[in-house]
Design a protein around this ligand. Structure first.
Ligand code: NAD
Length: 276
């Protein structure tokens, strides 16, 4: 079983650098998929209220018999629950669905800053953190200017910003900003959603050179950049493949070749404009 390195977050909490994402996985399927992931050695699971699979995820965590202290559970607050009181209520609901008394990381799913509730929402997150019901708090899909605005009005620096990031959308500016401010970068859709990125001839060439698969090549690229990654799959063989990325290393030539794929093209919504 692979040993997964951890990233020390800005409040000292250790987070596995590689975890398992469950977006677009139905609740009952999440029970099975998370079970396979835990069996394969994953200890960090990324869900969200909006994925509607916190209950299935929680059941799989309980059924695994793994000590709570060894698990790292992330969930996210959905946009319609932004606001101080609504956040506290939504957090209670998430904990109850997960069957847990704390989460390791709680994230604001999208900034939706224009609704005017983001700062109040984050103040509720600070209370949840102070009460010990989340070990760390953070954000998702925040641009550097959102992080600046948050820093001006709140006191806890987000431990993590979870953003779309893969070789075709490498987010150099955001990563540099996070590094400067001691915010860990977590990559969503790290495999580019399994679309054309995994068929790219440059990825194939690097994969061949190391005797690994395209998915492993891309995940290794993230690991060497220092990103936290949460690839998703419901296929047991792929779940195992995606965690087996700690036995080889990309060299400078490989990294330079992969860097040429950055076209600045998003797969998902633009946090500046999308009102989800
Ligand atoms: P991903 O980049 O992890 O790609 C997943 C897809 O890639 C799978 O559905 C499958 O089709 C394919 N795949 C997986 N392993 C493979 C392998 N070994 N070989 C070939 N194909 C493979 O995409 P994702 O699910 O969008 O992102 C991962 C996680 O990030 C999500 O599950 C979720 O937890 C999180 N996420 C967060 C946000 C956010 O707004 N915060 C948005 C999207 C996703």
């Amino acid at each position: 079983m692979s040993k997964i390195p951890s990233i020390t977050l800005n409040n000292g909490v250790e987070m596995p650098q590689l975890g398992f994402g469950v977006w677009q996985v139905a609740d009952d399927e999440a029970f099975t998929a998370v079970g396979h992931a835990l069996e394969a050695g994953y200890r960090s699971i990324d869900t969200a209220a909006a994925y509607e699979n916190e209950a299935g995820t929680g059941k799989a965590l309980a059924a695994s018999g793994i000590d709570r202290g060894e698990l790292f559970v992330t969930t996210k607050l959905w946009n319609s629950d932004q606001g101080y009181d609504a956040t506290l209520r939504a957090f209670d609901a998430s904990l109850s669905k997960l069957g847990l008394d704390y989460v390791d990381l709680y994230l604001i799913h999208w900034p939706i800053w224009w609704r005017g509730e983001t700062v109040n929402t984050y103040r509720a997150f600070e209370k949840i953190l102070a009460d010990g019901r989340a070990k760390a708090i953070g954000v998702s899909n925040f641009q550097p200017h959102h992080l600046e605005q948050l820093a001006a009005e709140t006191s806890v620096v987000p431990a993590v910003n979870q953003i779309e990031l893969h070789p075709q959308f490498a987010q150099a500016e955001a990563r540099a900003y996070h590094a400067q401010h001691n915010i860990a970068t977590e990559a969503w859709s790290p495999l580019g959603q399994g679309k054309d990125l995994l068929d790219d001839p440059k990825i194939a060439a690097v994969a061949r050179k190391h005797g690994v698969t395209p998915a492993q090549t891309v995940l290794r690229w993230h690991i060497q950049l220092g990103n936290i990654v949460i690839p998703k799959s419901v296929t047991p063989s792929r779940i195992k493949e995606n965690i087996d990325v700690f036995g080889f290393e990309l060299d400078d030539e490989d990294l330079a070749s992969i860097a040429t794929l950055d076209s600045g093209t998003r797969l998902g919504p633009d946090p500046e404009t999308s009102d989800l």
